[in-house]
Design a binder for this molecule. Structure first.
Ligand code: C2O
Ligand code: CU
Ligand code: CU
Length: 488
C-alpha cells in the first residue's frame, strides 16, 4: 500500500513538474518569427466564370465543397468554392445586376455573405437562412458602390470560424469608371495581385488543427502562413509598380504588413474603395476582415519581402493573442527590366458624411463576448434604423482583448479615434475596424436604399470565434414609421 502511495506521488510530481515547466515555457517562450523559403509561385485565384442571362444580369455559380489540398503536408482535407480551397474571384462593375447561385455540397449547413457589399438584407447571407446540405440559394442584387476589394465567406450560426478556417473564402472585386482605377496597376494577376492572407495550424497528420493556442482569447493562431492558399510564395513582377490587394482572411490573427527593408509603400485603398490620394506608409495593420490596397515600387532585379511585423503591444495579453509574432508573407521578385509605371497624385473625391446631419447616435461597448452586455439573439433587433438616414455609432473596447468591428450593408467613415482625427489608413471607406484594447472609435454611415422590416443585417466582432460565441447584434432598416417584424 505504501509502495503504491509513493509510486503515485512520484507520478503526480512528474506530472505537476511537467505542467509547471510547460506553464513557464508558455510565459517565457519567444514570439513567433516565421521565415519562408519562397519556393512556390503565388497562386492567383482564378476569375470566376460568368454568363449573362436574358435580363442582362451577370450570373455566377458557387459550390461549397470539400476536397484535398497540398500545402506541403501531404493531402490536407479542406473546403472551397468550385475547388478544394478558397474560391474564384468574382468581379462586377458598378451598375451591373449580379446573380450568384450558391450550392451547398458540404455535410453541414452554410451561407455565403458578401462582406462589404451594399445590398438588400435578404441577399446578405446572414445566419437566419442556412442553406442545408444539398440545398441552394440565389442571391441577386445591383452593384452600386465605388470600386473596392470586397470578399465573400460563410456566415452560418456558430460555425463561421470553422468554415472559414477550412478554406471557405474568396474575393469580390467591384469595378467602376473612376479614372484612378486605370491609372493604378489594374492587370489582374500581373501587376494587380490579390493577397489573401491566412494563418494555419497543422497537426502531425497534416490536417488543419483548431486546437487554439495556450492563452489566446481570440481563437486559433497558426504558425504557418498561406497566401491565396500558397505556403511560402514568391511573385515575379515585370513592372515598376505592383498593386497588392491585402485581405486579412484569417479567423483571429492581426497582421501588421511592412516591407522587409522598411521602405515605404503607397496605401491607395481601404475596405470600401480608394483613398482621395495615396498615403506613403511603412506599415499597415489589418485586423480580421479588413482590406488594404497598397502599391509597391520596385527596382530592376531586386527581391523585396512583404512581411507581417508585431501588431500589438508587449503586454502579456497581447503576446498571448499573437501580437508580437512576425511572419514572412510574400517575396516580390522584380525582373531585370521593368515596365515603367507612375503613381497618380490624386485618386478619387470621397464625399464626407456630416455628423451634424446624423439622425441617431448609438453607443456600442465591446466586452467579453458581448456587445452592450448582450449576446446575439436572432429574434431581437438591437437597432432600428430609418432608411436613407445617417447615424453615428460610437464603438469602444473596454478591455485588453482585441476585437474587430464590422457592419453589414454599409461602408462607414471613421470620425474619431480616441477623440482625434483618424490616421490615413482609417480615412477612407471602411466596413471593418480594428478595436484596439481600451480604445474608442466613432464612425458614421448612411443606411441607404434598402428597407426590409422582416430581415436583419448583422454587426459583430469579426474575430470569428467571438462572433460564433455571440459577439454580434442585428439592425433592421425600415421605412419611416415602420416597425420591425423579424421573420425567423
Ligand atoms: Cu465578414 Cu458578418 O462578416
Ligand atoms: Cu460582412
Ligand atoms: Cu472580438
Amino acid at each position: 500500500m505504501r509502495k503504491w502511495l509513493l509510486g503515485g506521488l512520484a507520478v503526480l510530481l512528474v506530472l505537476c513538474g511537467g505542467g509547471v515547466a510547460a506553464l513557464v515555457y508558455f510565459f517565457v517562450r519567444p514570439p513567433l518569427d516565421v521565415r519562408a523559403d519562397f519556393t512556390r509561385p503565388l497562386r492567383v485565384p482564378p476569375p470566376a466564370a460568368s454568363t449573362v442571362d436574358a435580363q442582362g444580369r451577370r450570373v455566377f455559380e458557387l459550390r461549397a465543397q470539400p476536397g484535398d489540398s497540398d500545402f506541403g503536408h501531404g493531402a490536407t482535407r479542406t473546403w472551397g468554392y468550385n475547388g478544394s480551397f478558397l474560391g474564384p474571384t468574382l468581379r462586377a462593375k458598378r451598375g451591373e445586376q449580379v446573380v450568384v447561385n450558391v450550392r451547398n455540397a458540404l455535410a453541414e449547413p452554410t451561407t455565403v455573405h458578401w462582406h462589404g457589399m451594399h445590398l438588400p438584407a435578404a441577399m446578405d447571407g446572414g445566419p437566419h437562412r442556412p442553406i442545408p446540405t444539398g440545398g441552394s440559394f440565389q442571391a441577386a442584387w445591383t452593384v452600386d458602390q465605388p470600386a473596392a476589394t470586397l470578399w465573400y465567406h460563410p456566415h452560418p450560426d456558430e460555425r463561421t470560424e470553422a468554415q472559414v478556417y477550412r478554406g471557405l473564402a474568396g474575393l469580390f472585386i467591384v469595378d467602376d469608371d473612376e479614372p484612378a482605377q486605370r491609372a493604378l496597376p489594374h492587370d489582374y494577376g500581373v501587376d494587380d495581385i490579390p493577397v489573401l492572407v491566412q494563418d494555419k495550424d497543422f497537426d502531425g497528420g497534416g490536417q488543419l488543427s483548431m486546437g487554439g493556442r495556450f492563452g489566446s482569447d481570440i481563437g486559433v493562431l497558426g504558425d504557418e502562413i498561406l497566401v491565396n492558399g500558397t505556403p511560402g510564395p514568391y511573385l515575379d513582377v515585370a513592372s515598376q509598380l505592383v498593386r497588392l490587394r491585402l485581405v486579412n482572411a484569417s479567423t483571429a490573427r492581426i497582421y501588421n504588413f511592412a516591407l522587409g527593408d522598411g521602405r515605404p509603400f503607397a496605401l491607395v485603398g481601404t475596405d470600401g474603395g480608394l483613398l482621395d490620394r495615396p498615403a506613403m506608409l511603412d506599415h499597415v495593420r489589418l485586423s480580421v476582415g479588413e482590406r488594404a490596397e497598397i502599391v509597391v515600387a520596385l527596382s530592376p532585379g531586386e527581391r523585396v519581402t512583404l512581411r507581417s511585423v508585431r501588431a500589438l503591444g508587449g503586454d502579456l495579453e497581447s503576446r498571448f493573442n499573437g501580437g508580437q509574432d512576425a511572419f514572412d508573407i510574400l517575396q516580390l521578385r522584380a525582373a531585370a527590366t521593368l515596365r515603367p509605371a507612375a503613381l497618380p497624385a490624386t485618386l478619387v473625391a470621397t464625399p464626407r458624411l456630416d455628423p451634424a446631419k446624423a439622425a441617431q447616435t448609438r453607443n456600442f461597448q465591446f466586452s467579453g463576448r458581448e456587445i452592450n452586455d448582450r449576446k446575439m439573439d436572432m429574434t431581437r433587433p438591437d437597432a432600428v434604423v430609418v432608411k436613407d438616414t445617417t447615424e453615428v455609432w460610437n464603438v469602444s473596447n473596454g478591455h485588453g482583448t482585441p476585437h474587430s468591428f464590422h457592419i453589414h450593408d454599409v461602408q462607414f467613415q471613421v470620425l474619431r479615434v480616441n477623440g482625434a482625427a483618424p490616421p490615413p489608413e482609417l480615412s477612407g471607406w471602411k466596413d471593418t475596424l480594428f478595436l484596439e484594447p481600451r480604445q474608442q472609435y466613432s464612425v458614421i454611415a448612411r443606411f441607404a436604399d434598402y428597407a426590409d422590416p422582416t430581415t436583419a443585417y448583422m454587426f459583430h466582432c469579426h474575430v470569428l470565434k467571438h462572433e460564433d460565441e455571440g459577439m454580434m447584434g442585428q439592425f433592421v432598416v425600415v421605412e419611416p414609421g415602420q416597425q420591425p417584424r423579424l421573420r425567423h
